[in-house]
Design a protein around this ligand. Structure first.
Ligand code: FE
Length: 333
């Protein structure tokens, strides 16, 4: 009889522990695709027992959702791409500053917010892509030189509406000042072979098709195209290696202002920056780990080493409005 009671107690206890199998949960709003983040969160749960729930969507609508939910939001973490977007989230008061030694150690200072509202977790370079058939060795040097006469009618660009280009031009303003940056952008526009494209992949396909010879691209889009077409006659070039380096940007995350589990949110972001998670995070999208202790995947490493720009990526956000106006004045559509 006693045995039976003990047994049913055990059953009850087990049932109890199943219904609350996750003692803790963290909720993430992510502009990164499910296929990139799900394996990560599963690994995190396996290691820590903490459940990670997430909702995915485009960056703009996710931020709108956070804003309208206000203090009722379930989200503890916002994950998105581009320092321009992370900066925007901070401006709109959607994030809170985080004091974490581990994040400061794992992430180089120019790849996180100086005020600690967000942290880069993977790095992408926005660099030059070219036709290996029609661009000769030594022809390419810098972003600025894409405006030179020798590239007349040979340049293709993605639309200036995309935050990636707004960040690129923002960083050029940070480096050269507005006047010089405008001259450079105007010289690009003068060299365009055709109207700007809606995305990086279409722009590369135009180069492949012979519509133009050079363009500017985020490295992982090149990686995706190369994976589909290993024989593609395009290659990446690392510009400005004698100067300030290649334009780099991040995908990253921050703790939401009204997080219900801010401590859990910090732990998750810390884990994402750690050596064991960095490859899992960066390799899935053919990006570079943000943690300098971690090497990129073989595919990514094969594109070669480069010097990246060391100006804090948050400047891209600060100068976003100026960049948009500048591109408009320069006729970059
Ligand atoms: Fe992208």
């Amino acid at each position: 009889m006693v045995k039976k009671i003990v047994l049913s107690l055990l059953v009850l206890l087990c049932a109890g522990s199943i219904s609350s199998a996750f003692a803790e949960q963290v909720v993430v709003y992510s502009a990164r695709n499910e296929h990139l983040i799900q394996p990560l969160f599963e690994a995190y749960t396996k290691e820590t027992g903490v459940e990670v729930k997430f909702a995915t969507g485009k960056s703009g609508p996710l931020m709108e959702r956070l804003k309208s939910e206000g203090e009722n939001t379930q989200a503890d973490v916002l994950m998105t791409v581009d320092a321009g977007n992370l900066w925007q989230a901070t401006q709109e008061g959607l994030l809170r500053p985080v004091d974490s030694k581990m994040l400061q150690t794992n992430i180089p200072s120019h790849l996180r917010d100086p005020e600690n509202n967000w942290f880069g977790l993977s790095v992408r370079a926005r660099t030059i892509v070219y036709s290996t058939e029609r661009v000769k060795d030594g022809e390419l040097t810098t972003y600025e030189a894409l405006g030179d006469a020798e590239f007349k009618n040979r340049l293709c660009l993605r639309t200036s509406k995309k935050v990636y280009n707004q960040s690129l031009v923002g960083m050029m303003i940070a480096e050269h000042g507005e006047k010089r940056a405008e001259e450079i952008v105007s010289s690009w526009v003068a060299n365009l072979a055709t109207d700007p494209f809606s995305n990086d992949t279409k722009m590369m396909q135009a180069i492949e098709a012979g519509q133009c010879d050079v363009g500017i691209v985020n490295t992982y889009y090149f990686g995706r195209l190369q994976k589909k077409q290993p024989e593609i006659k395009l290659a990446l070039f690392w510009p400005n290696q004698d100067g300030s380096g290649v334009h780099v940007n991040v995908s990253g995350a921050g703790v939401t202002k009204y997080a219900k589990n801010p401590a859990g949110a910090i732990k998750l972001i810390e884990w994402l920056s750690s050596e064991k998670a960095q490859n899992l995070y960066a390799d899935g999208n053919m990006e570079y780990p943000v943690n300098p202790a971690v090497k990129p995947s073989k595919v990514v490493a094969a594109w070669g080493d480069f010097k990246g720009n060391l100006i804090n990526v948050s400047r891209a956000g600060e100068l976003q409005t100026d960049a948009i106006k500048l591109m408009d004045r320069a006729g970059y559509r």
